[in-house]
Write a protein that binds this ligand. Structure first.
Ligand code: NAD
Ligand code: ZN
Ligand code: ZN
Length: 389
């Protein structure tokens, strides 16, 4: 089959690789009809996630038709159309029973490696380094899906791929980011990053009762999308002082909830950016936390900072003092996708959410390398790339 393989920093190629096979009774093989490139893939593309190996198959947002199931699979069968959740979860362990699927303690065969870095290991993830299991990903023609009964949701034939594809990751991610903000009716929510995750965080914040959402980014096309399709007010951080603008919008107090939908490669217009870039390059800090720092300082006293952006390791100049002295709550996590797929599918059916508005580019799988370049540079107003195998 054809698959998108990582070779090195900024070197991704579509190669011929062996077809996946059932290896475990709870596996299914899915023939992929649609897949997408995630902001998390850019952290791999830019070389910031350790333990990638040349030839690793990328991709963790995918859907398609089941072509084969192992004998232990009971809920889906060949011919079913399914969306696959990006975290791999067994469904039966301590964490899965609590619906915290991205913490599954049975799905990462390289758990000791992850525990060395983070103290304990989280779940395995498709196409996301050997640290997180070394599972071949879904930017390919086929994928093997472990624990297939837990990690898939069947989708009705009358819904299009584009309507349901993002149930695999970024729609639940934006939703969980808003949910973890514990938004109360009337709240003002600020969202850093108007990428796909930020757009869905905005939409979700309104669904959960926010009165006003303010999106922060620097790309005019992304800010326009946040205004016109997601209903946010916007701040271009290259033109406006974010802290001041947020104070002004909230009577001096600051937003009730701050959502980081940027992650470890934040960009900053100021000197501090050079500082973080140098430290990141010298491996003195692994992540650039500019947006996160700003969110922590801007949120109101007693507010919540919900971190959907991915961080890999260590950050520097983390303002712990503001958390303690202003009684902030910080929440985060890789998304517990399996918990949100069914309720969000129903919201799409009821037309409370139309996730298709973020798609700007549709490419054949063969053009995945161009898709990565375009999504990284935000060329041609790129917001989200869908690949068709
Ligand atoms: P993206 O790269 O398309 O979007 C990131 C946006 O942040 C860009 O528009 C960029 O201009 C903006 N940005 C950069 N620096 C900024 C700053 N200082 N202030 C404000 N905005 C800034 O990526 P995406 O697909 O939207 O993903 C966003 C983040 O969410 C990534 O870190 C990704 O890894 C993470 N993610 C997490 C999960 C999860 O399970 N927690 C799932 C999916 C994605
Ligand atoms: Zn993702
Ligand atoms: Zn589990």
């Amino acid at each position: 089959m054809k698959a998108t393989c990582w070779f090195d920093k900024h070197d991704v190629r579509v190669e011929r690789v062996p077809d996946p096979e059932i290896r475990n009774p709870r596996d299914a093989i899915v023939k992929i009809t649609s897949t997408a490139i995630c902001g998390s893939d850019l952290h791999l593309y830019n070389g910031f996630i350790p333990t990638m190996q040349a030839g690793d198959i990328l991709g963790h947002e995918f859907m398609g038709h089941v072509v084969e199931v192992g004998e232990g699979v009971t809920k889906i069968s060949a011919g079913d159309r399914v969306v696959v959740a990006f975290p791999i979860a067994c469904g039966g362990c301590f964490f899965c029973k609590r619906e915290t699927y991205s913490l599954c303690e049975n799905s990462n065969p390289n758990a000791p490696m992850a525990a060395k870095l983070w103290g304990h290991s989280p779940a395995g993830i498709f196409g996301y380094s050997h640290l997180l299991g070394g599972y071949p990903g879904g930017q390919a023609e086929y994928a093997r899906v472990p624990y297939a009964d837990v990690g898939t949701i069947k989708v009705p034939e009358d819904m299009t791929d584009e309507q349901v594809l993002f149930l695999s990751d970024i729609l639940p991610t934006g939703y969980m980011a808003a949910e973890q903000g514990n938004i109360q009716p009337g709240d003002v929510v600020a969202v850093w990053g108007a990428g796909p995750v930020g757009q869905f965080a905005i939409v979700s914040a309104y669904l959960l009762g926010a009165e006003r959402v303010i999106a922060i980014d620097r790309f005019p096309s992304r800010l326009r999308l946040a205004r016109e399709r997601a209903g946010a007010d916007t701040i271009n951080y290259e033109e406006t002082d974010v802290h001041e603008a947020l104070r002004e919008a909230t009577g001096g107090r600051g937003p009730d909830v701050a959502i980081d939908a940027v992650g470890m490669e934040a960009h900053a217009p100021a000197l501090v950016h050079a500082y973080d870039r140098v430290k990141q390059a010298l491996m003195l800090e692994s992540d650039r936390p500019y947006a996160l720092r700003q969110a922590l300082l801007a949120v109101r006293n007693g507010g919540t900072v919900s971190v959907a952006g991915v961080y890999g390791g260590l950050i520097d100049k983390f303002p712990m003092g503001t958390i303690v002295n202003r009684a902030l709550t910080v929440r985060s996590g890789q998304t517990h996708v399996q918990r949100y797929m069914q309720p969000l599918l129903e919201r799409i059916r009821r037309r409370e959410i139309d996730p298709t508005f973020i798609i700007t580019h549709r490419l054949p799988l063969d053009q995945a390398p161009a898709g990565y370049r375009m999504f990284l540079q935000k060329e041609d107003d790129c917001e989200k790339v869908v690949l068709k195998p």
